[in-house]
Ligand binder design. Structure first.
Ligand SMILES: [Zn+2]
Length: 412
C-alpha cells in the first residue's frame, strides 16, 4: 500500500502531474482572518492613494494592504487593496518551493518551469534572481512585510533607527501559498548551500548523495570525479580516512535502483498497483480540472476585456492607457495559454502497457532524472547505503521487502 502512493511520483516524472500541498487549512485560517480584517478596515483604498504620505502608507501597511507596484507572483489585489491568492499563478510558486526542497538547483528549476509553460507576470521566462526572490519572500508563508527604505539624510547615510520604525512584519497578515514549515526549510537549505563549496563537480548528477555511509566510522560518501590515465571516472568516495574503496557511480546507482524496482514492482503487486495508481490519478485529474477551469475563466475574462478595448479603439479613443492595457492583457493571455496547453498534456489512467514501460524505465529514471518526484521516492524508500570493505548493504525503509529473486540476485 505504501508503494502505490509513491509510484505516482514516478509517473509524474513522465507526464506532468502536480502534487497538491495542504493549502486548504491555510485557506480556512485565512478566511477567518480576512473577516476580522475586513471588519476592522474602514479606510478606503482610493483614499490612501490621494494622501500618499508616509504616514498613510504605514497605516495601510498595518492593515496588511498592498502598497503599489506589481504584487508578488501568485497574488492579486482586491479592489479594497488586500492580497488574495491568484490560483492561476500560485501553482508556479508551489512548484518552485517543491523543486528547491527536492534538491534541484536553479538551472534545473528553470528548465522545469519552462516545460510547464510558466511565465513571470511580465510574460518573460523566469530568471535565477526571480526564483531567488520568490524563495525568500516571507509573504508566501502569509507574513505581511513592509520595509520602507528610508531616504538618505544630508550626509548620505541611512538613518538606521528610523528604518526600524518603518519595518513592519505581520505574521498571518495575508493568505499563505506556502506552509511556514516549508518556507523555513527553504531558508535553512539556502543558508547551507551558500556555505557549501564542495560538490560543484560540473553537471554530473549523484542521486545517492546523502544516503551513503562508511561502515567503519559512519561518515558520508559523496559523488566525485576520479581522473586517471586521461579518463574520467565518476564515483562515490569516502570522506574519512578508513581503508574503504570508492564505488563506481553507475554501478551503485544501478544496483540500488534495481533492488528498489524489484521490491516495488513485483509481479504480485502489479494489479494492485495499477488499480491504486489509477484511483490516485482520478483524484489528481479532478484537481487538475479545477485548475484548468480557473485558467480558462481567466483567459475568457481577458479576451472579453480585450474586445471591449478594441471597440474603444474603433470608436477612435486610442489613448496610451488603452494601448498599454491591451499590451499587458496580450502578454498575460499568451502566458496563460501556454500554461493551459502544458496542463492539458497529462495522462489520466495507466494500463498494462504504460505500467510495463514505467517498470522498464525505472532504473534509468531514478539514476539520471533529477526531479522532485524521483527525489521523494528515493527519500521515502531508501534508508541508507553502507559501504563495507568488500560489499555494500542497502537498507530500505520499513514497508519495503525484497522478494526471494532479488535476494538471490544480490547474494550471488
Ligand atoms: Zn570511515
Amino acid at each position: 500500500m505504501v508503494f502505490c502512493f509513491w509510484i505516482l511520483f514516478i509517473l509524474s516524472g513522465i507526464a506532468v502531474i502536480g502534487i497538491t500541498d495542504g493549502i486548504d487549512t491555510e485557506d480556512k485560517n485565512y478566511s477567518k482572518f480576512a473577516l476580522t480584517i475586513k471588519a476592522a478596515a474602514a479606510e478606503d483604498y482610493s483614499n490612501l492613494l490621494s494622501k500618499n504620505t508616509r504616514a498613510a502608507l504605514l497605516e495601510s501597511a498595518k492593515d496588511c494592504k498592498h502598497l503599489g507596484g506589481t504584487p508578488p507572483i501568485g497574488y492579486s489585489v482586491t479592489p479594497e487593496g488586500y492580497y488574495e491568492i491568484d490560483e492561476t499563478k500560485a501553482p508556479i510558486v508551489r512548484d518552485i518551493y517543491r523543486y528547491y526542497l527536492s534538491d534541484m538547483g536553479y538551472d534545473d528549476i528553470l528548465t522545469h518551469l519552462k516545460q510547464r509553460g510558466y511565465k513571470t507576470s511580465n510574460g518573460n521566462d523566469f530568471s535565477k534572481s526571480a526564483i531567488n526572490a520568490i524563495l525568500t519572500n516571507p509573504k508566501y508563508m502569509g507574513t505581511y512585510t513592509y520595509d520602507r527604505t528610508m531616504p538618505k539624510d544630508s550626509d548620505g547615510k541611512r538613518n538606521s533607527h528610523a528604518t526600524k520604525d518603518q519595518y513592519i512584519e505581520i505574521p498571518n497578515g495575508m493568505p499563505a501559498i506556502i506552509s511556514a514549515e516549508d518556507f523555513n526549510k527553504v531558508q535553512e537549505k539556502k543558508k547551507k548551500n551558500s556555505t557549501k563549496h564542495t560538490n560543484r563537480t560540473g553537471k554530473q548528477y549523484y542521486p545517492l548523495n546523502g544516503k551513503i555511509f562508511c561502515s567503519k566510522c559512519g561518515k558520508p560518501f559523496s559523488g566525485n570525479i576520479n581522473n586517471s590515465n586521461g579518463r574520467k571516472y565518476y564515483q562515490y568516495r569516502r570522506s574519512c580516512k578508513c581503508k574503504i574503496k570508492s564505488v563506481r557511480l553507475e554501478q551503485l546507482n544501478r544496483s540500488v535502483f534495481y533492488a528498489l524496482q524489484q521490491c516495488i514492482f513485483s509481479p504480485e503487486n502489479k494489479d494492485a498497483i495499477i488499480q491504486k495508481v489509477n484511483a490516485k490519478l482520478a483524484v489528481q485529474k479532478s484537481l487538475q480540472t479545477e485548475e484548468i477551469i480557473k485558467l480558462t475563466n481567466r483567459i475568457n475574462g481577458l479576451e472579453n476585456a480585450q474586445n471591449r478595448l478594441i471597440s474603444c479603439l474603433e470608436e477612435g479613443k486610442a489613448s496610451k492607457t488603452i494601448l498599454d492595457k491591451m499590451q499587458k492583457n496580450e502578454t498575460e493571455l499568451s502566458a496563460l495559454n501556454k500554461q493551459l496547453a502544458a496542463k492539458s498534456k497529462q495522462i489520466s489512467t495507466i494500463d498494462n502497457a504504460i505500467y510495463n514501460k514505467l517498470v522498464k524505465q525505472f532504473v534509468s529514471y531514478m539514476s539520471d532524472v533529477k526531479s522532485p518526484e524521483a527525489f521523494a521516492l528515493k527519500d521515502a524508500t531508501i534508508k541508507e547505503i553502507v559501504i563495507n570493505e568488500n560489499d555494500v548493504t542497502i537498507y530500505f525503509n520499513s514497508g519495503l521487502t525484497a522478494d526471494e529473486d532479488t535476494i538471490n540476485y544480490f547474494n550471488c
